[in-house]
Design a protein around this ligand. Sequence first.
Ligand code: CA
Length: 234
Amino acid sequence: MEKKAKKILVVEDEPKIMEVVEAYLKNNGYIVFCAKDGEEALEQFHKESPDMVLLDLMLPKISGEEVCQIIRRESRVPIIMLTAKVQEDDTINGLNMGADDYMTKPFSPRELVARVASLFRRCEGTNAPLLHVMSWNGGELEVNFDSYTVKKQGNIVSLTPNEFKLFSAMAKFPQKTFTREELIEVAFGLEFDGYDRTIDSHIKNLRAKIEMNSSKPRYIITVRGVGYRFGGEK
Ligand code: CA
């Protein structure tokens, strides 16, 4: 057990599950905050800055999916989805939404505690607050999220606002493969009224600007049949 107790936000609308999860986590030395719907979850998240979020998928007011996406726009806090759905597809969607792990109900509270501990170990040092400046390949490419600038070999690259949003969405989550729909949502928001293929033309322009050789991209990698991911090496 570490010296400083970790804070966990548990979002669950079923009182019985909440009660058990809260008791087990507290017994294991965690500080627990509870939220019983999506709205409360976001309030608590901003107020308490938890070190991990356990997030039920089916929630009143704002769904677990949405809560997860909103949290992911601003934080890399580890998230475990708690889902009653058993289909493989939902699991995969949960992970695509930005969750780090998932558990299907009914689960054993003991296993949940083990997963929490293992996710904390896995995220050790990587769940630091979002960096303001990131760079890859020995500084070949650099982004500054405060000034919204990207530099290639030290020279500022002029990106359109949409290209910048697309780039930063991917760069912040280098382990994640984004579908075109997710990129549209992350970069342009739900109100965006366009086709999936619009993303491909933005990607093409982005590559032409940031890649050393856009026919052999090192940063914006195509994941065949799925979408795109970031490939920059630290
Ligand atoms: Ca529920």
